[in-house]
Design a protein around this ligand. Structure first.
Ligand SMILES: [Zn+2]
Length: 379
């Protein structure tokens, strides 16, 4: 299992590295072949919207998704899911995996390639179980999770149709626990057009897009502290030569919300802010390019989480369910009606950083936990 994780992690599959993402999917396909799936597919997922520094909406290819299907007519259908992409681009300095004892340090070892290997191990154990005929599974991996799954969302949601249960292999929480409620995550871009003018001769005729954007950033980040809302402007671009009033500025935001009401509130706030900023030579627009809804506690989710905790106890493991600010494909699946728990992957930490690590001994434990959960759901 360790060498399989290392092999997968050393295929760079940063989001938008189409070749790498596709190779990662092909490798996953090879691993799954010995489970003799009824069907293997690698559909091309549509391009995802991206904002250019020039304030133009563009679309960028993300590569192929992966799905293996086994026993689609069995009484219990389970969607097992993860993602092929990582946050480390093709030219990242973080490309190699090092192992010391129980620990792997490397890109994507926890998020979520170790999880994909844990998923395959769990399915291997199910295929060896005497009750396997009662269980059908779909193992799906999307190519664009780390950039919001805008292209793959509908595809994954459709795979969840007809499933009673969703089990995702995002990394475990730092405590080793699984996520309960998750915040929603939204991507917004503000594009501000102003009016250029010579700084020395006619500064007063200009309308600075950068100044207008700065005011918008300040206003919108002012929502931090409101209940259930986090606003972060993580990227700005614009302007050009220093002796001209800048006529273009672009600001890109990640927004987190803990409820549908908070989602609505912040969308309204962005709309009001750009409307009010638009006047006297300034034109501001907002573009939302991805939106994962919050995953809120429900009776069905609480019941599943209680089962996960009980299954762990039965195996002598201690696994707690905790709320988290991170979001993932489980949010979109829950919004489509599939009850799911999605942090069943490998334990580790430092995800989305050059310190990402995974704890190998957790891999068979997580696989065993998933088998126990499925065993409790059959019949
Ligand atoms: Zn992930």
């Amino acid at each position: 299992m360790a060498s399989t994780v290392i092999g997968l992690a050393e295929i760079n599959s940063g989001s938008f590295n189409v070749d790498g993402v596709n190779r990662c999917g092909e490798r996953l396909g090879e691993l799954v072949l010995e489970l003799r799936p009824d069907r293997l597919e690698a559909p091309d997922i549509g391009p995802t919207p991206v904002m250019t520094d020039r304030g133009e909406l563009d679309r960028q290819a993300v590569g192929r998704a992966f799905v293996a299907t086994k026993r689609p007519d069995a009484p219990l259908q389970v969607l097992v899911f993860g993602h092929l992409d990582t946050v480390y681009p093709h030219d990242s300095a973080f490309q190699k995996v090092t192992r010391s004892g129980n620990t792997l340090l490397g890109p994507g070892v926890a998020d979520c390639k170790g999880g994909l290997v844990a998923a395959v191990e769990a399915l291997r154990a199910i295929e060896a179980a005497p009750w396997r005929e009662e269980v059908g599974w779909r193992l799906a991996a999307v190519p664009d999770e780390e950039v919001g799954s805008a292209g793959s969302k509908a595809w994954l949601q459709a795979l969840g149709d007809g499933c009673r249960l969703g089990l995702g292999f995002e990394p475990a929480l730092p405590s080793g626990g699984v996520a309960a409620a998750r915040k929603g995550s939204l991507t917004a871009h503000l594009v501000v057009h102003g009016r250029s003018a010579h700084v020395g001769r006619s500064h007063g005729d200009g309308r600075s897009a950068i100044l207008a954007l700065a005011r918008l950033v300040q206003r919108l980040e002012g929502h931090n502290g409101s209940p259930g809302v986090t606003v972060n402007c993580g990227r700005v671009s614009g302007g050009g030569v220093l002796n001209a009033v800048p006529d273009l500025a672009v600001g890109s935001f990640n927004v987190r919300v803990d409820s549908a009401a908070a989602h609505q509130t912040i969308e309204t706030a962005f709309a009001a802010a750009v409307t009010e900023a638009t006047s006297d030579g300034i034109e501001a627009m907002v573009h939302w390019t991805s939106a994962r809804p919050s995953k809120e506690r429900s009776a069905a989710l609480d019941e599943l989480l209680a089962e996960v905790v009980a299954a762990a106890e039965a195996l002598g493991q201690s696994v707690l369910a905790e709320d988290t600010g991170g979001s993932c494909d489980g949010n979109d699946l829950a919004a489509a009606g599939l009850v799911n728990v999605e942090s069943l992957g490998i334990c580790g930490g430092g995800i989305h950083s050059p310190d990402e690590f995974a704890l190998l001994e957790s891999l068979p434990r997580r696989a065993a936990l998933v088998v126990e959960i499925i065993d409790r759901h059959r019949a």
